[in-house]
Design a protein around this ligand. Structure first.
Ligand SMILES: [Zn+2]
Length: 658
């Protein structure tokens, strides 16, 4: 007779192994961190003597659940901004708040709170991606949980790295530090194809291969992402990442909502794991992942909650139930994704998707002792039928609640007994989180007070405040001006042709100024658009000054490249009204008396205002502006433009005045 540390007796054992074996009554023997034996209670009792016995009182004993995709520190951001589109939510709220608040302490606090929630709901393993992942790993190990912890890599500065080179160095050190830990599997996490570059994808895959660790990323989450990928690279997301060598690593791909059968085959061939995240996909209206097709193809598909700011909880019971329901609704077939298969996704398939199926996910001898007890006797789950092997799975998937989990063991150690957490003090953590929430509320309230601070909050390379010395004249015909530009005393540095589409945002408080989203379509000699550039300009309320001959010092302006769509800015800035102006612009950069000027010949098409000549020069100071105003006046003379036709209004003022 062999001696073991603990014998679990009097249990309904769901092993979730290859044969979906059940034992009722069953028993499980555990020694140290591992499962030694699983079988009918009578047999196990005969073969093993034990130091300690756990009477499971007829509850279900099963492997702990695997949350295949999440961002655990975001428990601290739960409920901060909801009912927004993914890009507005991420770039308008999450990234700015994280830039301001995310720190090692923030991440440890958020992770500890998440671990409390996860353990309470029967999760023993999760797959994470965030910043300061070293601190996520530390807090997770302290809570006694198992996790694959992915250090994020993005193409822009993040709370924990000034550049992606810096992030790569940190990731390497981080992986070295945690590799071989009994609970933590370190990984690298290039955030998504649209927040990284081809080089980043290649380098992260190389690093993952070098250390034989998983690579965690978001792929094909929205149709928008896939459309952009097709437009920019001519191929969908999965072929694109394959081209960068990403699939040579042990990939864990979150979402995969918009992929076709060919892409599913590619992922399967590469041995990639997928995390299906039904709540997140529903809440962000990302679409319906082809889960049944992925499973049919033999892919390891797990289930994840995604971050608690886009779910808004970490409840895997809810997630499994939703996964089954959605699959049925989408296929218009109630036999799709039956309960045993849904639960398999949340256990063994999930572990396999994380490339740690040899460690956890099923109650199998030699796997780690990651197991939970679920009480099936509460009123919402009574009575129990045992006619079919599937009855118990259906009870767990369709009627059990996370609060029915009574006991949790991870790596052979108890982390919850009889609903009491043993490794985490919740009260103190929640008080800290409440304090932080007040600070984050104040930060966002202050930011929302001004269009300028909202613009700054988006990050990116915004220019310093600038002005223009400018004059604008209504003209009948452009040809004489084009001819005049060939004069010897005017040096033409370049000539360009654009089609300009402007959208002006107006706000209830006119003191905020107006925000212009401008798209410049570069037109070549044959009239084809060769390039498109978008910029945002915040234009001040007041004219800054006035010189002779109606030469003006323009409104103050802040310029920034517009990396997002017009729709994004509309939803982010929420203007009170919006006006469009469209024009055809011939632009010259000229030098006159050692000073550079722009000469614009505009044909304003929408609304149809006709031809205008603009002469302008950028300036940062009023002193500099005085001298330039004199030169502008001279230039008008040289171009033969009648000063009596000078207008002092912007096109947009002409439009809004009707
Ligand atoms: Zn995610």
């Amino acid at each position: 007779m062999q001696t073991v540390d603990i014998l679990f007796l009097n249990a309904h054992v769901l092993t979730m192994d290859e044969k979906m074996t059940q034992f009722n009554l069953g028993a499980v023997a555990v020694t140290g961190d591992s499962i030694v034996a699983v079988g009918p209670e009578a047999e196990i009792k005969k073969e093993y003597s034990r130091k300690e016995t756990v009477d499971c009182k007829g509850k279900v004993l099963m492997p702990g659940l695997v949350n295949a995709h999440t961002h655990v520190p975001m428990t601290l951001l739960r409920g901060i901004a909801d009912d927004l589109r993914l890009d507005v939510w991420l770039q308008g709220y999450m990234f700015p708040v994280e830039r301001q608040f995310a720190s090692p302490e923030f991440v440890r606090l958020g992770t500890s709170i998440a671990c409390a929630e996860l353990i309470r709901s029967g999760v023993t393993t999760f797959n994470d991606m965030y910043y300061f992942e070293d601190d996520v790993a530390t807090a997770t190990a302290n809570a006694g949980m198992r996790a694959v912890c992915g250090q994020s890599i993005l193409k822009f500065p993040t709370p924990d790295a000034a550049s992606y080179e810096d992030a790569m160095d940190k990731a390497r050190d981080y992986i070295k530090k945690w590799k071989g830990h009994p609970l933590i599997v370190p990984s690298i996490a290039p955030h998504a194809p649209y927040t990284t570059t081809a080089d980043i994808l290649r380098e992260t895959a190389e690093l993952a291969k070098e250390f034989e660790v998983p690579l965690h990323t978001h792929l094909a989450e929205t149709l928008f992402e896939v459309d952009n990928m097709r437009n920019e690279n001519g191929i969908p997301v999965i072929p694109y990442v394959k081209k960068q060598g990403l699939l040579e690593a042990k990939v864990i791909a979150a979402h995969c909502v918009h992929i076709d059968v060919g892409e599913i085959r590619t992922l399967h061939h590469a041995g990639a794991g997928v995390s299906h995240n039904p709540s997140s996909n529903l809440k962000l209206a990302s679409g319906f992942a082809p889960v049944s097709k992925m499973l049919e193809a033999g892919l390891n598909v797990g289930i994840g909650t995604d971050g608690p700011a886009s779910n808004n909880d970490l409840d895997m019971f809810e997630e499994v139930r939703l996964a089954a329901f959605i699959a049925k609704a989408v296929a218009n077939d109630p036999t799709s994704l039956p309960a045993p298969q849904a639960l398999l996704m949340a256990t063994r398939l999930g572990a396999q998707a994380l490339h740690i199926g040899h460690l956890t996910g099923s109650l199998t001898p030699s796997r780690r002792a990651d197991l939970i007890l679920v009480d099936l006797s509460p009123v919402h789950n009574s009575p129990s039928f045992r006619r079919s092997a599937d009855n118990a799975y259906a009870q767990i998937v369709y009627a059990s609640k996370s609060t029915d989990v009574t006991d949790v063991m991870i790596n052979g150690k108890w982390v919850m007994r009889d609903r009491q957490l043993l490794t985490i003090q919740e009260d103190e953590l929640l008080a800290h989180a409440a304090d932080l929430a007040k600070k984050m509320d104040a930060f966002l309230l202050e930011r929302e007070q001004s269009v300028l601070s909202k613009l700054i909050a988006l990050g990116g390379s915004m220019e310093e405040e600038s002005f223009e010395v400018q004059v604008k004249v209504k003209i009948a015909e452009p040809a004489p001006i084009v001819r005049a530009l060939t004069r010897n005393d005017i040096e033409v540095l370049y000539e360009r042709h654009y089609r300009e589409h402007d959208a002006y945002f107006f706000f209830d408080d006119p003191a905020q100024g107006r925000l212009r989203y401008r798209e410049d379509d570069f037109v070549d000699k044959n009239g084809n658009v060769t390039n498109v550039r978008a910029r945002l300009t915040l234009i001040g309320v007041k004219r800054e000054g006035h010189f002779e001959h109606e030469v003006l010092l323009s409104r103050s302006r802040f310029l920034a490249p517009a990396a997002n769509s017009l729709r994004f800015y509309r939803e982010y800035f929420k203007p009170a009204s919006e006006v469009q102006v469209e024009k055809d612009r011939l632009r010259w950069l000229i030098k006159y008396k050692d000073t550079e000027f722009y000469v614009n010949l505009d044909n304003v098409l929408t609304p149809a205002l006709g031809y205008f000549l603009e002469v302008k020069s950028r300036t940062w100071s009023r002193k500099d502006a005085e001298g330039k105003s004199q030169l502008v006046s001279e230039l008008l003379e040289l171009l033969g433009v009648p000063k009596s036709e000078t207008v002092t209004e912007d096109y947009i003022d002409m439009v809004t005045k009707g």
